[in-house]
Every structure is written in structure tokens, then in C-alpha cells.
Design a protein around this ligand. Structure first.
Ligand SMILES: [Zn+2]
Length: 338
């Protein structure tokens, strides 16, 4: 194996943008699909995965998500997804991971969303020795304000392991303004926030970018489509970005990373994290994402190390920064980096 590729695999890594359901192993996804109709639908979606423009590709991803959502029907399913996700991150030498998920209930509310959260947190605690993992709760663009408020309350109730609030879902629905009160409350209680921004090239999406930047979340996700002015504001205000190479290439319809905005922000020494988004659905892992970046932009091993080190400052659980940096220090000494 390539020496640099090997280095990307061995270096302790930090994952900050991973949707728990999107991390599902494809074998598990297939097993959870009960009907032959769903199986056939997944086959078709897989085949059409990288076809069409940004809108078509996004639609494909979101249809997969809703198919996945329909086949996760009980707490055992989500426990299994959480367990396998953490195992996959551990074998990829990820030392700290923030996983995000939208709380849900099962069996018409008989199993409440608090049980869903607890099931995931239990698994996270079981793996604590091998990986430090934290949860971010997602508010979906299609939800009601009331549901979003419930999500905020849930986050408040489990503050030790829930470290933030995310805003995500189908970007065709421009609803950040509607949820702004919830995100204002999050700020008031010092709960970190991360917002998906600039996912579509259309005018409404670009306009919504301004509202999101005005709010100034703790971190931003993607920022694929933006104006020069928006770019300058994010640079000036130093709002950290979570960039997900494979996912971004797919939705931006790019062949490789050369035109990806990593370069621009990296050259400006902007706070950045490289992440996987949906490692299961996108068939990638954090090592392969980093390797792509290193190869395209010719980063040295030392530069990659320094890059991951600066990412450690962006984690939501500030108590764990020292833990991450210690692990990285040990690794640098062992590999004679400096
Ligand atoms: Zn995402």
C-alpha cells in the first residue's frame, strides 16, 4: 500500500460530520429491508447514484434516507447501527466522533424519542474505552417548530453526551428562518450548533445562506454553493467548516477535488474539518477522505498532522480537546514526524 495512504489510516482522526443512519453498512441496510419491492428500489437508487445534476443526486440521497428510515423500526435496529458505526470508526483509527441523528419514536409513540436517544448513548458509553463519541441532535427542515423545540429539550436533558444541535434535511425546503427561534435558544443555553449550508446552486438556497451566516452557528456544513461576499464573511468571522469530499463531489457534480473549496479555505488557514457525511451510503471512510485531500492538494505528512491537530480545536465537547491532542502527540513522536 502507498506509504501516505497507510499514514492516513494510522493517524488518529476526528470525525465531526457523520449522520448516524447514513453510516449504516450496506450489508446491514439490505438485511433491514424486508420487502422485495424495497430491495429493488434500493438497487435502482444504487444504480442511479451518480447520475444527473445536483438536484437529481440530492433527490437520490434523500430517497435512500427515507427508505432507510422506514426500515429502522425498533431500538434493536438503531443499537445495531450505532454499534457497527462505532466499530467501523474504531478500525479506521478515529479517536473522537460526533454522530448526528434526528430523534424519533417507535410504535406510535409507545417507545418515546428519549428511549431512542438513550439506546444510542448506551452504545456510545460501551465503546468509551476505544472511541470517544458524542451525539448531536438533528432538526429536519421539514419538521414543525414544536418538534424542533422538543429536540432542543431532549438535548438539554442529556447535556453530558449530547453536545450540539444540527440543522439538516432536504435543502429544497428553505426553512431556517422558521427555526431561528430554536437556534437562538440553543445559543442562550450554550449549546453548540452546526448548520448545513449552501447545498444547492439555486437562488433561494444562496439567499438562505445569508440568514444562516447572520445567525453565526458554531460550525457550518459543506458550503458548496455561495457568493464571494458570503465566502468573505465566513472567512472573516472564522466560522469553522465541515467539508465532506465524497459527498460534496457527488452533490456538486465534480469529477475530482481540484475545484473543491477546500483549497481556498485551507490556503486562508481557515478552521476546517474533513468528514465523511454518510460513510455507509457514500461507501467511504475518514482515511480515504483525508487521503483524497492529501493527494489532490499535495499535503505532506506533517501538514496532514497539523491539519488534524487544528481540527481538534473545533470539537463541541471542549473537555476532550486535550485527550485528542495527547493522542496526536503520542502518534507524532512514534512516527518521528518532527
Ligand atoms: Zn450532512
Amino acid at each position: 500500500m502507498d506509504d501516505v495512504q497507510c499514514f492516513c489510516e494510522l493517524i488518529p482522526k476526528i470525525e465531526l460530520h457523520a449522520h448516524l443512519n447514513g453510516c449504516i453498512r450496506s450489508s446491514t441496510f439490505r438485511q433491514l429491508l424486508s420487502s422485495p419491492t424495497d430491495q429493488t428500489r434500493l438497487d435502482t437508487l444504487d444504480k442511479e447514484f451518480s447520475v444527473g445534476d445536483t438536484h437529481a443526486r440530492m433527490a437520490n440521497v434523500f430517497e435512500k434516507f427515507s427508505l432507510l428510515r422506514s426500515c429502522v423500526t425498533n431500538l434493536d435496529d438503531i443499537r445495531r447501527i450505532a454499534r457497527e458505526t462505532l466499530e467501523d470508526f474504531i478500525s479506521d483509527n478515529v479517536i473522537y466522533a460526533e454522530l448526528r441523528t434526528r430523534p424519533r419514536s417507535f410504535h406510535n409513540g409507545k417507545i418515546p424519542s428519549s428511549s431512542y436517544i438513550e439506546a444510542i448513548l448506551d452504545i456510545m458509553k460501551k465503546y468509551e474505552e476505544k472511541i470517544c463519541s458524542r451525539l448531536i441532535l438533528s432538526i429536519d427542515r421539514t419538521q414543525t417548530l414544536e418538534q424542533a423545540m422538543e429536540t432542543l429539550k431532549l438535548a438539554e436533558n442529556y447535556r453530558t453526551h449530547i453536545v450540539g444541535l444540527d440543522f439538516s434535511g432536504d435543502p429544497n425546503i428553505k426553512s431556517f428562518e422558521r427555526f431561528r427561534p430554536v437556534f437562538d435558544l440553543a445559543k442562550q443555553i450554550n449549546l453548540s450548533t452546526t448548520i448545513h449550508i449552501g447545498e444547492l446552486p439555486d437562488k433561494e438556497c444562496i439567499n438562505e445562506n445569508n440568514l444562516i451566516i447572520d445567525y453565526k452557528p458554531t460550525r457550518l456544513g459543506h458550503f458548496n454553493f455561495r457568493t464571494n461576499d458570503q465566502e468573505q464573511r465566513v472567512l472573516k468571522e472564522q466560522i469553522p467548516l465541515e467539508l465532506c469530499p465524497t459527498s460534496n463531489l457527488l452533490t456538486m457534480n465534480l469529477l475530482d477535488l481540484t475545484e473543491h473549496h477546500f483549497d481556498l479555505f485551507y490556503k486562508n488557514k481557515h478552521p476546517l474539518a474533513i468528514c465523511t457525511d454518510d460513510s455507509g451510503l457514500m461507501n467511504c471512510n475518514l482515511s480515504s477522505e483525508l487521503f483524497q485531500v492529501v493527494q489532490t492538494f499535495h499535503l505532506t505528512k506533517k501538514e496532514l498532522y497539523e491539519f488534524i491537530f487544528q481540527t481538534s480545536n473545533l470539537i463541541f465537547d471542549k473537555n476532550m480537546i486535550e485527550f485528542c491532542q495527547k493522542k496526536l502527540n503520542i502518534f507524532s513522536q512514534q512516527s518521528n514526524l518532527f
